[in-house]
Write a protein that binds this ligand. Structure first.
Ligand code: UDX
Ligand code: UDX
Length: 457
């Protein structure tokens, strides 16, 4: 009854939403999402989904039980599908050769072996996870040493969705990239995947390429995005020294259509599961090909991000009279960006730890990410508290530091907050989302990023 049977191994931030959208848009396909984690799968089967993503629940509800299924039965999913997406995690290696830089491909390889073992009929295996360029070669080597004569085609179809806007990005992508071998079998498999997306994506936005370009494009796209943030963050430091405003500079620079206005928001630093990991990976690949200058160039994007995070903490300490011992500091937001509960690589982890090292009392508030924040800071010692109401978090605090650009923070009653805080009261806006002039008028000492501070002394 279904015209294609698709499965996806890995029901995370990427696999879950991507498959939900495919299933919702293509009722003629059966979509099986499988994962080793029973808890994750159970959550996908309820209305309390394992990840927070605006619009996701509605999309899942539209297809779940009809043509979208979640299970831990990886074996059956492999056997009954012609097309298998793989979106298991590919973290940075934490041991051995390439430690701290290379991608850890152990889960990927394990899945490839599982696919080989269970397959009795031809399969198209799709790399959805971000992988080092040339991984498809390894996959082919593993899949094809099967002795079973089952035919496998490996396709690269990297995901460009951003968290918080995943559903919008999936429904209306700038482009979908599909890379394959340029053999007759490779081109045929490529077309099968093009046909899936053509159900809702205009043809001109479905790009096809050779498989190595596709693998590399994902790393390069993330590296370019991160590079823009590091560029504007580097300029924010210079703005603070010269009384320029980083927002005015970004606006003036970004209006040049050759440059463009997006991804020029200065921040306390970029986070998320991808940027750091993918750049480390790019750097490692360049080094392994002897391209040391190229590696060095991209590594600087990460160094600048670390600089921006540490600069933020230094400003807090310096401006609060060079000591924050025993002072209550409320971190507004912990997620790595707004509209997600994800805290992977969030700058807030680093900032919270540094403030604790300085013996401050740290209070964390976030509308969606408190549970993850608790896990991230589980081993930290010192005065640490987690509070869901921002007004309670600010009560008796010496300073508020904005870590995440949640909308709700700009519409809070800041007069009420000011009244409840210790004086002098400080606001460090790590996202430039607040009305700085107004806060200053209320009585705060305000420290935007990349702009002169507004102080009362
Ligand atoms: C992951 C990678 O981090 C990213 O590089 C890639 O582009 C897509 O996949 P994400 O979906 O955010 O991104 O990861 P995560 O939320 O950790 O999901 C991965 C899932 O795979 C987890 O639910 C995990 O349980 C599952 N998994 C992992 C398996 O099912 N089998 C395994 O062997 C390993
Ligand atoms: C990113 C890519 O955008 C996406 O295409 C890819 O598939 C995965 O990696 P994501 O990490 O989910 O997506 O979010 P993104 O919106 O790119 O933000 C990453 C980080 O950069 C966040 O911490 C965000 O706050 C920060 N950022 C973004 C800035 O500091 N300034 C900006 O102007 C934009």
């Amino acid at each position: 009854m279904y015209s294609k049977r698709i499965s996806c191994i890995g029901a995370g931030y990427v696999g879950g939403p991507t498959m939900a959208v495919i299933a919702a848009k293509c009722p003629q396909y059966k979509v099986n999402v499988v994962d080793v984690s029973e808890a994750r799968i159970k959550a996908w089967q309820t209305d309390t989904l394992p990840i927070y993503e605006p619009g996701l629940l509605e999309v899942v509800q539209a297809a779940r039980g009809r043509n979208l299924f979640f299970s831990t039965d990886i074996r059956t999913a492999i056997r009954e599908s012609e097309i298998i997406f793989v979106s298991v995690n590919t973290p940075t290696k934490t041991f051995g050769e390439g430690e701290g830089k290379a991608a850890d491909l152990q889960y990927w390889e394990k899945v490839a072996r599982e696919i080989r073992r269970e397959s009795e009929s031809p399969k198209i295996v799709i790399e959805k996870s971000t992988l080092p360029v040339k991984t498809a070669q390894t996959m082919e080597n593993i899949l094809n040493s099967n002795g079973k004569k089952v035919q496998f085609e490996v396709i690269s179809n990297p995901e460009f969705l951003a968290e918080g806007t995943a559903i919008k990005d999936l429904l209306n992508p700038d482009r979908v990239l599909i890379g394959s071998r340029e053999t007759p079998e490779g081109l045929k498999a490529r077309q099968e995947i093009v046909d899936i997306y053509a159900n809702w994506v205009p043809k001109e936005r479905i790009l096809t390429s050779n498989i190595w370009s596709s693998e590399l494009s994902k790393l390069v796209a993330n590296a370019f995005l991160a590079q823009r943030i590091s560029s504007i963050n580097s300029i924010s430091a210079l703005c603070e020294k010269t009384d320029a405003s980083v927002q005015e500079v970004a606006n003036a620079v970004g209006m040049d259509t050759r440059i463009g206005s997006q991804f020029l928001k200065a921040s306390v630093g970029f986070g998320g599961s991808c940027f750091k990991k993918d750049i480390l990976n790019l750097v490692y690949i360049c080094e392994s090909y002897g391209l040391h200058d190229v590696a060095h160039y991209w590594d600087a994007v990460l160094r600048m991000n670390e600089y921006q995070e540490s600069r933020f903490v230094k400003t807090v300490i310096r401006e609060m009279f060079n000591t924050i011992v025993g002072k209550r500091i409320a971190l507004f937001g912990f997620a790595f960006k707004a509209n997600t509960s994800d805290t992977r690589e969030t700058p807030a982890i680093y900032i919270a730890k540094k403030l604790l090292e300085e013996k401050a009392e740290v209070v964390i508030t976030d509308p969606k990410a408190l549970e993850n924040a608790r896990l991230d800071l589980a081993g930290s010692t010192g005065e640490l508290d987690f509070v869901s109401d921002p007004y309670d978090a600010a009560l008796g605090a010496h300073a508020v530091a904005v870590m995440t650009e949640w909308n709700l923070y700009s519409s809070l009653d800041w007069e009420k907050i000011y009244k409840s805080m210790e004086k002098p009261a400080f606001v460090f806006d790590g996202r430039n989302i607040l009305d700085h002039a107004r806060l200053h008028k209320i009585g705060f000492n305000v420290y935007p990023l990349g702009r002169p501070p507004l102080k009362h002394f």
